[in-house]
Design a binder for this molecule. Structure first.
Ligand SMILES: *[C@@H]1O[C@H](CO)[C@@H](O)[C@H](O)[C@H]1NC(C)=O
Ligand SMILES: *[C@@H]1O[C@H](CO)[C@@H](O)[C@H](O)[C@H]1NC(C)=O
Ligand SMILES: *[C@@H]1O[C@H](CO)[C@@H](O)[C@H](O)[C@H]1NC(C)=O
Ligand SMILES: *[C@@H]1O[C@H](CO)[C@@H](O)[C@H](O)[C@H]1NC(C)=O
Ligand SMILES: *[C@@H]1O[C@H](CO)[C@@H](O)[C@H](O)[C@H]1NC(C)=O
Ligand SMILES: *[C@@H]1O[C@H](CO)[C@@H](O)[C@H](O)[C@H]1NC(C)=O
Ligand SMILES: *[C@@H]1O[C@H](CO)[C@@H](O)[C@H](O)[C@H]1NC(C)=O
Ligand SMILES: *[C@@H]1O[C@H](CO)[C@@H](O)[C@H](O)[C@H]1NC(C)=O
Length: 623
């Protein structure tokens, strides 16, 4: 016989259990912790469009890019329904957003179907199903439901980098609701400070209609569904333009601009993706690297305990293909080179400048799934692509470091849009365009399977000491063509429209982004302005009309800097023609990189026809 104490506790437990069951039964629909049951027959369409009400929150979700990543959508898909004019501006804590969900009724086992949006999520260090559900997803799902949807994952033993599916609770309108003009159900997490009438008025609906869908026993942190005919207009704080200090402006633009979406393998890479900005590398005489050095570095980290060693071995197995080609650096070596990854060596994002045995490198720190980039770079070798010199794996914190040549003159972006003392001349711009076109032609035509960079933009184009261009940051690149992706990645202002709408990946999306870079070179304007207007939208009409009208319009539009030198109008019009062809809405009508390289060479000749100053002209004109 047990003592009476546990018995009493047990009865109490039973009591609560019954109480709970009763509560649940009394509701319009059972909000099980495992999810909301559904039946395909009841809904008008399956899957359907739904929205989640999400609050921006510190520290990780204060910009649209990271929230869009989390939900595998583009920033525009959030900014539009949320009444945010500039998708790149930072958000305030608690700022409300409508995030679109593709909601469907899914069977989780033979007897249960629940309604949710299926989101993939890559497990990071420290993540548990509970923490990700309650923090990142703000209780729009529960860990119990996550366990149900991921039967093959062991909740107590999640490996970093593994993909889990998070079922974000949502509902599709029933036939009756559709008849009553309900277009969407918005998933809303009930807050401790809410009551039904405040929620109803926020969404412009009757309290009744919320109770009809959710019952009258809503508890804090339950997900409830608000039936709406149209989304209410959110009032957003007006964006205070940042002070005209160049520094802060750039930061904002970068955080906004750079990160694309991509969830699965790309999430972490993205986080660092922004980066290589300032950095580049050149100056390298290589040659003194021997096999012994490699082996020595490989096992340099003797301090690591046995487990770390095992992990290192398994990580190494992943990249064993690369071992012959690249130098393997030791983590101690990199720490020493970068002053312990100190602030003073930071170039941008998570890219550091490091000096190893007198040679300068750009060192990018990332989580282990950097391997994607490694696999791509392994296949390519061209003077107009930034060269990977080696890599390093730190088994202790599962970080990976990619070591690149250092390209000393920084990014094209900073030359065009930040550096106000020195401006690029037309000839330099033409050479940069031709270099980038050559690099792209190489990855499109001479790799098998073909590689698509997916994130061509002026900040990913680095300039060496001779102002020749190299394409950097293959973090988003994809090999294989015409794949369809669910996770939109890339940078607003450069993304091809067909990719944004259908997720079609092809070499022609790089052609489009390259067209935008040409526009930047021609106009000196940024690909997307402060107000969120994209440059390519304004370029379409400049080439309409007679030759004379054309020349006049182009003159109005191009960078005034270019007129300070005697450059050929014909050459400028020629490049503008190439740019506009690259931006054709229909990807099949865009020229290939081969055609573009040819057309740009022609511009170069035109230029030299006019100003026969030969190749000795200084690449940069100081003002
Ligand atoms: C749903 O429809 C199928 C056939 O269309 C039918 O067999 C099934 O009984 C229906 N289920 C419900 C719950 O109405
Ligand atoms: C389906 O899952 C639910 C929730 O875990 C469980 O209660 C039910 O017994 C399961 N049914 C079957 C047939 O496995
Ligand atoms: C969720 O999506 C992944 C792929 O994105 C798919 O493999 C998985 O089956 C989906 N789960 C459900 C229940 O639809
Ligand atoms: C989610 O719910 C838990 C309680 O279940 C609460 O402690 C936590 O603060 C909630 N998270 C958010 C972001 O509201
Ligand atoms: C639905 O909308 C239509 C047209 O806007 C209107 O005529 C109809 O009365 C509405 N139905 C309900 C139930 O509100
Ligand atoms: C809901 O909250 C508002 C303000 O917080 C209050 O004025 C109102 O009386 C509350 N309504 C109910 C039904 O509690
Ligand atoms: C909640 O709903 C139940 C049945 O639907 C009803 O009996 C009860 O009075 C309601 N409670 C409130 C506070 O409206
Ligand atoms: C968006 O928010 C602003 C600022 O709160 C507001 O003035 C405006 O009416 C809202 N709606 C639209 C469609 O911009």
């Amino acid at each position: 016989m047990r003592s009476s104490k546990p018995k009493c506790l047990f009865s109490l437990f039973l009591f609560f259990l019954c109480f709970h069951l009763l509560l649940h039964l009394s509701q319009a629909q059972e909000p099980s912790t495992e999810g909301y049951t559904c039946s395909i027959n009841e809904t008008t369409t399956n899957p359907c469009q739904a929205y989640a009400y999400y609050r921006a929150s510190a520290p990780n979700f204060l910009d649209l890019a990271s929230i869009a990543d989390l939900f595998s959508v583009s920033r525009l898909m959030i900014s539009k329904p949320s009444n945010i004019s500039s998708p790149t501006s930072p958000l305030n804590p608690d700022q409300p957003l409508f995030v679109p969900l593709s909601c469907s009724c899914n069977s989780v086992n033979a007897s249960m179907t629940i309604s949710y949006a299926n989101l993939s999520y890559t497990i990071n260090e420290g993540d548990t199903f509970y923490l990700v559900s309650t923090n990142s997803f703000q209780n729009l799902t529960t860990y119990q439901s996550v366990e149900l949807v991921n039967p093959t994952l062991v909740a107590t033993d999640l490996a970093i980098g593994v993909t889990a599916y998070f079922p974000i609770f949502c509902k599709c309108p029933t036939k009756t609701q559709t008849q009553n003009n309900v277009s969407y159900l918005v998933s809303y997490v009930f807050q401790p400070s809410d009551n039904l009438s405040t929620v109803a008025s926020r969404f412009g609906v009757q309290t009744n209609s919320i109770v009809e869908v959710n019952g009258n026993n809503t508890q804090p942190f339950d997900t409830i569904f608000i039936p709406v005919t149209q989304l209410p207009e959110l009032s957003q704080p007006t964006v205070v333009p940042s002070p005209p200090s160049n520094k802060t402006e750039r930061k904002g633009v970068i955080t906004g601009l750079a990160v694309g979406l991509g969830i699965t393998g790309f999430l972490l890479i993205l986080a660092v993706g922004v980066l290589i900005f300032g950095g580049g590398l050149v100056k390298k005489r290589r040659g003194t690297r021997g096999d012994e050095e490699k082996n020595q570095n490989l096992y340099k980290n003797e301090k690591g305990d046995k487990r770390a060693k095992e992990m290192e071995v398994s990580l190494m197995a992943d990249v064993s293909d690369c071992l012959d080609k690249y130098r393997v650096f030791g983590i101690e070596e990199l720490r020493e080179a970068t002053n312990g990854f100190g602030e003073n060596c930071l170039i941008e994002g998570s890219v550091y400048k490091g000096n190893i045995n007198g040679e300068v490198y750009a060192i990018k720190k990332m989580k282990w799934n950097a391997c994607e980039e490694l696999k791509i770079l392994q296949k390519v070798n061209h003077g107009n692509l930034v060269k990977l010199e080696g890599f390093c794996i730190d088994p202790e914190d599962a970080n990976c470091y990619l070591v690149y040549e250092y390209v000393e003159n920084g990014s094209l972006y900073s030359w065009l849009h930040e550096n106000s003392n020195e401006k690029l001349g037309w000839k330099t711009r033409l050479h940069i365009a031709a270099d980038v076109a050559n690099g792209l032609q190489y990855i499109h035509e001479h790799t098998r399977p073909r590689v698509v960079h997916k994130d061509i933009k002026s900040s990913n184009i680095l300039l060496d000491s001779n102002m020749r261009a190299k394409i950097a940051n293959f973090g988003l690149a994809k090999s294989g063509c015409n794949a369809i992706t669910m996770h939109i990645v890339g940078t607003q202002g450069y993304i091809a429209p067909e990719y944004l709408t259908d997720g079609v990946v092809s070499t022609k999306m790089d052609v489009f982004s390259f067209g935008v870079v040409l526009l930047e070179l021609l106009s000196g304007k940024e690909a997307i302005d402060e107000a969120g207007n994209v440059l390519w939208a304004s370029a379409g009409r400049i080439l309409e009309g007679s030759e004379e009208q054309k020349a006049e319009k182009v003159k109005q539009w191009v960078d005034k800097e270019l007129f300070l030198e005697s450059c050929s109008m014909e050459s400028i019009v020629n490049v503008a023609t190439v740019a506009i062809a690259c931006l054709h809405k229909d990807p099949s009508k865009r020229p290939s990189m081969v055609d573009i390289v040819y057309a740009l060479c022609k511009s170069d000749e035109l230029f030299f026809d006019i100003s026969d100053d030969g190749s000795s002209a200084p690449p940069v004109r100081a003002r």
